[in-house]
Design a protein. Structure first.
Lengths: 996, 445
């Protein structure tokens, strides 16, 4: 099966070679004719040098000299000239050699926002002429933020893209949804592409689970990214067919720029600190709370129920928060980039080192080293071009596999270390079962190596027809190991020695995408046709080994010293192939139509179900180009109405689900007699097919006041049906569910608005502001027989997917001080956990050599878990400290408050606390917030540039991340919204950017 | 213009593209390395054996459900009490089971899960290709029939009427209604009969896999439960005739090399020998055991009964003494010495004694009972009336089989010794009534 690919590859290569040589034979030179002229700016008639002038259909080109003039030898008497210059809109005019020997051509300045090149699926576009919804974040925004994960830099900046940080621990996975959750049971991650190569959406972690899985994006260096494009609607995504249902995120790395060699050095250094954490009780407050709890419960303190009061030192005061997570970690980032080349060849070589510490009480950090290399070559005849990009990164993380934030609630008078400096495991005979300082003795390492190669070869047969081959390969290896020595465990543990877990995950993927592009412009008609194919293959080897019962405590890293070794290994393959096409038609730069289609095949489906068709239609009308608008509404510089409708699919389901197979019994089990058991893996259903996602979008783009104010608004409605769910079965079938397409549908609708205003633009001072907001709405439209399905307690028709069905909370009884619930109503209160709106506001000011950027992020989330419902014990429990917030508890009849009376053992209080509050709407509170996410201030040291000729530019800057949060949330942080999770940290750095 | 250019240059590229992406077998993956397609599982002796081992290891021996239903049955029979006050336990203790009880739900699921595995093996081995010898094929087939009968025996005794599932087709099975207990029993009898014919005479393979003797033993029990004394007596006699002497020391009885074992399940849990050992044996002598013997159980033992000393341990806390079951002597492993014993010889003597009593062969029955008494260090009983003998056998079964495989609960049910108002049947789990509208709830729930 593998073999069949290779012959066709050879045939492909052979054919390319053959057609190339044919073309060379066909190319002939004839007597030359001449076309010449001068190019100037349309605004102020200054002459423009360095303009590329290309004659079509000949394909010859030249550049204008300092006086703006050019002279071209052509073979055809009539044709067109294409002029291009960075910062100007391309100009195409017709020529006739007999009359046009001294042309005067005016070029219009490009609008930075409207005409900037934007990467789209298999090509480029501009905001002006795009028919789909594409947002772009550039290296400018990325460089201002001291974040490790490029996804984190997108937070709040892209309409429709909701990014939530799960934890402040460096390198953890973040939640990403683009225009809402489309699938009930299957993946909702967008499809990521790095330089044309599909990238991992899911973490490869197997061992690091207690602290949250490691984000695969730790391997992508933000400093090497040129731009990130987010494709949202059907028009932009349906060319990705079955992979595009949840939207597409394209990451493009920096490429060689050419010109004289330029070296850029960018270094910043700084530190992070805790912010938005609750204050905890000190010993006096803690003891008072405990005494009150025992009084309330009417129990007499004994050594077993009040060891903290009777056996612990009542005068000791340990600040566990400071001790465990109070470290201010440093952050260093240094990068070096060399750019250069000539007209034919450009290159970029770059390297980055980044080291970020942790808040934990030990020297633990995440280090990344990344190298990137790009070369672009285009021989003089310009028929042929090739670009090779290689990105390599090593990420080393030794953070322990536990978020110690959950351990800061130790009794403040508990011992840390014993008299002789060893970890205290008991105090006056009372055992300390889990001393978090023991956890710090475990060692953890998570090392990932990542290698992305992309080769892009293009050949132009003539100005109209290009052949292109995009070939890419990704290899990511993640090695994890966790060593738990005996001394990190309470001495009474029954383990004879410590234990070790190791995990290795080796991910390989390659992609081949031949594309044929035909472009033609005849008068006002411009047509572009793209035809292509995709072959993609992924292989994933996973291995996890647990070892225990070692011969010696010092051999915990040696598997052959372990008496018990158990393991799991998996080899997963995924293949994908497709043909796709796109026809883009533009009439007189006013009317645009874009048709895309794809036929897809994925190995995740059973025989006969592997293929499906997807497609979309997009159209736009640039009404500002109409004479009527030009004459009557000339304040509208740019106006476009666009819309699209299409179908995409979701193949983010597990692999091999259609097979009827047996697999080994869970790894923790020993063999039965000599042969390990095999058990049926699943009830198989060979007939399941794609989830379909139908996307509709309508949008308006406006440019007012000379395009100083750009506004765009989009409305979308995505309906995802044919949902693949785990359909509940009677257990008499031997299983409880089977995967099956189900007549259920999920709708995501929303409004996205974006505004960009150039408030002031003078040479010495400018102020630009932009803002975006997204108002999403998710809803379960239909679900057959929901009340009798396994999802009966999870979903409600007409409500979002992300809800909880709970009891109604009635507040705390003034008489008893205990939570009250409307139990008789049943779990019929709906708590909607979705975000109501979110977005960001950026202000960018420049004054002489100074630049200030300030970015605010905002989110309206009416329901997140409140701090009380995520604490590890109820206020008053023996040995568990509490935030000072709980001091507002009920203490006597008549008190009106939100904290129950203190109690250590009362079953009634405990039941209300543990069992019912979390199953009622009393567990939720408003988690809306507004955050000064990023502040960036820089200054260009121009005097140095003047004094030292070798300095191109030198800029110094300060950056701040998560500086200020405005919220009514009472717990740690409204984004993570959990009392046991490390909230996002505040970071300050200072740095310089030197270019020589 | 367009078509001309296209034909001139594009033709080969088009061919290339189509060639590249039209190789339709590109999507046909090799079978995964970590999963084996069912048809191949039963084409090879090792993997087919592994499929049966999956039932014994993952399905029956390691699963907490065996421990759970055995313990809860004894709680319901009044023989065990607990220090863990959870809702599941209280429902058994107070005979107020409800249809949401998670232990009941899990027992239903686990037996049907193993029935699926047995059905899958029967189907797979029925179509097996040439890589197994005929002996290997029929032996494994016999094991699958045996397992299916064993699972149905428990289902019919816990729940009464249950659906009769004999294939792997979930489209059909999902909506299958309950069948009468008589139908279930006739399936059990025919499966055991087949197992008896297909299984090897005895332990080439040891007793960790079912043998012909295991099939006979279970047949004897089924006939006893059905009141077919003649058959029960005959089969128990055959088992006894083919067994070693009845002399094991009590402390060795639950070890993996016990000679009285007819069928045992090898432990596959790396931390425990058996679920019973890890549940019953307290962590230390200073804690209240999870479960302890009720006075109703303890008074049944005469003071010189060796089993009283060998099969119980005690923890004294303050003035309270807690006597916990100590048949399995090992809480954790290593050492690896004990297996989960499913069928053992004592039961066959007691089956025969009961059958003979009911056939009027009182003195022969008394001989069988005295076999057990002698071994327990007690004097022989020389005379009992038929009625007294029935009572004595019932007590003897409690002394011998407390905590084991729900024996005592089933005895109370079949001998009509349940207290008034106690429902002899467990409820059909509510979750199942919701997904399969053709199921009906048992009376009283």
């Amino acid at each position: 099966m593998k073999l069949t690919v290779k012959p066709s590859l050879f045939i492909c290569m052979a054919l390319i070679t053959l057609t190339m040589s044919l073309d060379d034979v066909l190319a002939q030179t004839t007597d030359y004719l001449q076309v010449a002229g001068v190019v100037a700016s349309g605004r102020d008639s200054t002459l423009l040098s360095n303009v590329t002038v290309k004659a079509l259909p000949d394909g010859v080109s030249t550049v204008t000299n300092l006086q703006g003039s050019f002279n071209l030898h052509v073979s055809s008497g009539i044709g067109t000239l294409k002029l291009s210059l960075l910062g100007y809109r391309d100009k195409i005019i017709a020529y006739n050699v007999t009359s046009d020997n001294n042309l005067f051509i005016a070029m219009d300045e490009a609008d930075k926002n409207l005409d900037e090149v934007m990467v789209i699926a298999y090509g480029n576009s501009t905001k002006r002429f795009s028919t789909g919804n594409v947002s772009k974040v550039t290296s400018r925004e990325l460089d201002m933020q001291p974040v490790a994960d490029p996804l984190m830099a997108l937070q709040g900046r892209v309409p429709g893209l909701e990014i939530t940080q799960n934890s402040g621990v460096p390198g953890r996975n973040v939640n990403v949804t683009l225009r809402g959750q489309n699938s009930i049971a299957q993946g909702s991650n967008p499809f990521y592409i790095v330089d044309g190569v599909p990238w991992l959406a899911n973490s490869l972690s197997q061992v690091a689970t207690s602290i949250g899985a490691q984000s695969p994006f730790v391997s992508i260096n933000p400093q090497d990214i040129e731009s990130i494009e987010i494709l949202k609607d059907a028009d932009a995504t349906s060319i990705y067919g079955s992979r595009g249902a949840n939207g597409v995120i394209l990451i493009t790395t920096k490429k060689g720029a050419g010109g004289a060699a330029k070296l850029e050095v960018n270094v910043h250094h700084g530190y992070s600190e805790l912010t938005n954490t609750m204050d905890l009780m000190n010993t006096a407050q803690y003891i008072a709370m405990r005494n009150e709890a025992l009084r309330n419960d009417q129990i007499t303190p004994t050594n077993s129920n009040a060891f903290d009061l009777l056996l612990y030192d009542r005068t000791k005061n340990v600040d566990w928060k400071e001790l465990l997570i109070g470290n201010n970690p440093s952050l260093t980032n240094a990068s070096l980039a060399l750019n250069g080349g000539n007209k034919q060849t450009q290159f970029r070589i770059a390297g980055t080192y980044r080291n970020e510490g942790s808040v934990y009480a030990k020297d633990l950090h995440n280090t990344r080293m990344a190298g990137s290399f790009n070369v672009v070559h285009r021989p003089t005849n310009e028929k042929f071009n090739v670009s090779l990009t290689v990105n390599y990164s090593i990420n080393e993380n030794n953070l322990i596999n536990r978020d110690l934030t959950q351990d800061i609630y130790q009794a403040p008078n508990r011992s840390t270390y014993g008299a002789s400096g060893e970890i205290a495991w008991s105090e006056n005979g009372s055992p300390i079962r889990a001393n978090p300082l023991g956890t710090l003795l475990r060692t953890f390492s998570s090392n990932s190596d990542n290698f992305i190669t992309n080769l892009n070869v293009g050949y132009s047969f003539n100005p109209s027809l290009d052949l292109r081959l995009n070939a890419g390969h990704t290899k990511t290896i993640l090695n994890e190991s966790e060593v738990t020595p005996l001394r990190s465990l309470i001495p009474t543990t029954r383990q004879p020695t410590g234990y070790t877990s190791t995990g290795k995950n080796d991910f390989n993927s390659w992609i081949l995408e031949p594309q044929l592009n035909y472009k033609k412009r005849i008068d006002d008609h411009k047509i572009e046709v793209l035809l292509g194919g995709t072959l993609q293959s992924e292989q994933n080897f996973r291995e996890k080994i647990d070892a225990s019962n070692f011969s010696s405590e010092s051999l915990l890293k040696s598997l052959n010293a372990a008496a018990t070794v158990t393991g799991v290994s998996q080899h997963i393959q995924y293949r994908y192939q497709a043909v796709f096409g796109r026809i883009n038609y533009r009439f007189s730069d006013k009317y645009l139509v874009n048709i895309t289609g794809r036929r897809d095949g994925s190995s995740r489906f059973g025989p006969g179900r592997q293929y499906a068709n997807f497609g979309a239609l997009g159209a736009a009308w640039i009404f500002s180009e109409e004479a009527f608008f030009k004459n009557h509404f000339n304040f509208i510089g740019f106006g476009k109405l666009r819309g699209s409708y299409g179908v995409t699919g979701n193949d983010k389901i597990g692999d091999y689900q259609y097979l009827d197979t047996y697999t080994g019994v869970p790894a923790r089990l020993l063999p039965y007699l000599d042969v390990n058991g095999l058990i049926p893996q699943r009830l198989f259903n060979p007939n399941y097919g794609w989830e379909n996602n139908r996307k509709l979008e309508l949008a308006l783009d406006l440019g007012l006041l000379d395009n100083h104010l750009l506004f765009s608004a989009s409305w979308y409605r995505n309906v995802s049906d044919n949902q693949l769910v785990n359909y509940l079965l009677a257990s008499q079938t031997g299983f409880t569910s089977v995967i099956r397409n189900f007549p259920a549908s999920v709708e995501n609708t929303g409004w996205e608005m974006e505004m960009d205003v150039q408030l002031i633009k003078r040479t010495s001072f400018s102020w630009r502001a932009n803002a975006n907001i997204t108002i999403p709405r998710n809803s379960l439209l239909a679900f057959d027989n929901l009340e009798h399905s396994s999802y009966a307690n999870t979903y409600k028709i007409g409500s979002p997917l992300n809800i909880q069905k709970v009891y109604r909370y009635l507040g705390i009884s003034e008489a008893t001080g205990i939570h009250q619930f409307a139990m008789e109503e049943g779990r019929n209160t709906i708590v909607d956990l979705t975000t109501r709106f979110f977005g960001g506001i950026n202000n960018s000011l420049t004054f002489k050599g100074w630049q200030l950027d300030m970015f605010w992020q905002f989110t309206k989330r009416p329901n997140v878990m409140n701090y009380q419902s995520t604490l590890s014990g109820m206020p008053g429990t023996v040995g568990i400290n509490q935030p000072v917030n709980v001091l507002q508890r009920w203490s006597e009849v008549g008190d009106v408050t939100s904290v129950q009376r203190f109690s250590a053992t009362s079953a009634e209080v405990a039941n209300a606390n543990y069992r019912y509050v979390n199953e009622s709407d009393g567990a939720y509170t408003d988690g809306s917030f507004m955050r000064l996410k990023n502040l960036y201030l820089s200054h260009d040291l121009n005097f140095l540039t003047k004094r030292y000729g070798w300095i191109n530019s030198l800029r110094i800057y300060v950056q701040g991340q998560n500086l200020l949060t405005v919220t009514g949330y009472e717990g740690h942080d409204p984004e993570t919204a959990h009392s046991l999770v490390l909230p996002p940290l505040r970071t300050f750095t200072i740095g310089f950017l030197l270019s020589i | 213009m367009l078509s001309k250019t296209f034909f001139k240059y594009g033709f080969f590229q088009m061919c290339t593209l189509l060639l590249l992406v039209s190789c339709s077998d590109f999507l046909e993956l090799e079978e995964p390395d970590h999963e084996l397609v069912r048809s191949e599982v039963f084409n090879d002796y090792v993997s087919a054996t592994a499929a049966l081992n999956g039932i014994y290891g993952d399905g029956l021996s390691s699963a907490a459900f065996v421990t759970n239903f055995s313990i809860m049955s004894d709680v319901a029979a009044g023989l065990l009490e607990s220090s863990i006050m959870n809702e599941n336990y209280l429902q058994f203790l107070q005979h107020e089971l409800n249809a949401d009880n998670t232990i009941v739900d899990n027992v239903w699921l686990m037996f049907f899960k193993n029935i699926y595995r047995a059905n899958s093996a029967i189907e797979g081995l029925g179509n097996a290709g040439g890589n197994l010898t005929e002996t290997q094929r029929v032996t494994l087939m016999g094991e699958a029939y045996f397992v299916r009968a064993f699972c149905y025996f428990y289902l019919v005794n816990f729940f009464g009427e249950v659906p009769l599932i004999v294939s792997t087709n979930y489209e059909v099975n999902n909506l299958a209604p309950k069948q009468s207990a008589a139908n279930i029993y006739s399936q059990i009898l025919s499966d055991l009969q087949l197992a008896f014919e297909l299984l090897p005479a005895d332990g080439d393979l040891g007793n960790a896999r079912p043998t012909r003797k295991a099939a006979l033993s279970l047949l004897a029990r089924v006939h006893l439960y059905l009141g077919d004394w003649e058959q029960a007596q005959m089969m128990a006699s055959e088992v006894i005739a083919n067994s070693n002497l009845y002399t094991s020391w009590y402390l060795d009885l639950f070890k993996s090399d016990s000679e009285e074992t007819i069928w045992q399940l090898v432990g596959v849990d790396p931390t425990n020998n058996t679920g019973f050992g890890s549940t019953f044996i307290p962590i230390s002598s200073s804690v209240i055991p999870n479960y302890f013997a009720s006075s109703q159980l303890l008074i049944q033992f005469e003071s010189y009964d060796e089993r009283r000393a060998a099969w119980f341990g005690d923890n004294t806390l303050g003035e309270d003494k807690y006597v916990f079951p100590f048949k399995y002597r090992l809480r954790s492993r290593p050492p690896v010495e004990e297996n989960l014993i499913v069928l053992r010889l004592s039961e066959q003597y007691l089956i025969r004694a009961e059958a003979r009593t009911n056939m009027g062969m009182v003195s022969e029955a008394l001989q069988d009972l005295n076999m057990l008494r002698k071994r327990a260090g007690l004097g022989e009983i020389s005379y009992l009336s038929g009625g007294q003998l029935r009572d004595e056998i019932k007590s003897e079964r409690q002394r011998e089989f407390f905590t084991e495989w729900a024996h005592c609960w089933f005895d109370q049910k079949r001998l009509g010794r349940l207290c008034d108002g106690v429902n002899p049947l467990w409820p059909v789990p509510r979750s199942q009534l919701l997904v399969n509208p053709n199921l009906t709830q048992n009376e009283g729930y």
